[in-house]
Design a protein around this ligand. Structure first.
Ligand SMILES: Nc1nc2c(ncn2[C@@H]2O[C@H](COP(=O)(O)OP(=O)(O)OP(=O)(O)O)[C@@H](O)[C@H]2O)c(=O)[nH]1
Length: 241
């Protein structure tokens, strides 16, 4: 004869399965920094929307872009913080975007030697905000499609990257197949660069809830941009800044 459940037992077994929380999505915050015009907006747009933006304007403060990626069966939310390169557009925001950072992408323009010479200042700014070598960092030389105008050779960039213990990627947000130099050969190099960072983070970083409890401190709501190809959520506020 089948065992009968008391009403209490029945409802408790139903409740426990029905109230299982949805799987948590880990969120990783990656800041993208470098001089104005090096292509930070284009690189982040290329990764999140899969294409080169038709036109861009100087970033004011910071823009968010995010994309859900699947790594070894786990969905991770990659949140790219596209920061303003122009000093006058970044001053008030700096303290926000350096908080709770999981990785840093330094960008220079291979056709603009001054943007390469600025890198030590960007690295120093990171240090001043307690972002040291323990946080994964990569160096990206952008605009490799402009091969006739290159001012920063691969050798000198590689030396710099080595001296700061960072991997170097040379690429083009405009034509990600036209990268030269090292680390080349992928069909979409920009995709590969950010996925490399995501893989690294997956094994390293602690869980961050995608749905923080109410009142846990969403402090600023900056212009958020969900590009095509994201997980579809829109209008979110920054909860980790
Ligand atoms: N040829 C070429 N042009 C690019 C590439 N990436 C960006 N650009 C152009 O460079 C200019 C600046 O690009 P942005 O992405 O706005 O630069 P940014 O670093 O975000 O600039 P700020 O917002 O001022 O910090 C734009 O005219 C882009 O079209 C690239 O890979 N190749």
């Amino acid at each position: 004869m089948a065992e009968s459940l008391s009403p209490g037992e029945f409802s408790s077994s139903l409740t426990s399965s029905a109230s299982l929380p949805p799987p948590r999505t880990r969120i990783f915050k990656i800041i993208v920094i470098g001089d104005s015009g090096v292509g930070k907006t284009c690189l982040t747009y290329r990764f999140c929307a899969g294409k080169f933006p038709e036109k861009t304007e100087a970033t004011i403060g910071v823009d968010f872009r995010e994309r859900l990626v699947d790594i070894d069966g786990e969905k991770l939310k990659i949140q790219l913080w596209d920061t303003a390169g122009q000093e006058r557009f970044r001053k008030s925001m700096v303290q926000h975007y350096y908080r709770n950072v999981h990785a840093v992408v330094f960008v220079y323009d291979v056709t603009n030697a001054a943007s390469f010479r600025s890198l030590p200042a960007w690295i120093e700014e990171c240090k001043q905000h307690a972002l040291g070598t323990e946080v994964p960092r990569i160096l990206v030389g952008n605009k490799c499609d402009l091969q006739d105008s290159v001012q920063v050779g691969t050798d000198v960039a590689q030396q710099f990257a080595d001296s700061h213990s960072m991997p170097l990627f040379e690429t083009s947000a405009k034509n990600p197949n036209s990268q030269g130099g090292i680390n080349s050969g992928n069909s979409d190099h920009v995709e590969a660069i950010f996925m490399t960072v995501a893989h690294k983070l997956k094994s390293q970083k602690p869980l961050v809830l995608s749905q923080p409890p109410a009142g846990s401190g969403a402090s600023i709501n900056l212009s958020s941009r969900m590009e095509d190809g994201t997980d579809g959520s829109r209008g979110w506020a920054c909860s980790s800044c």
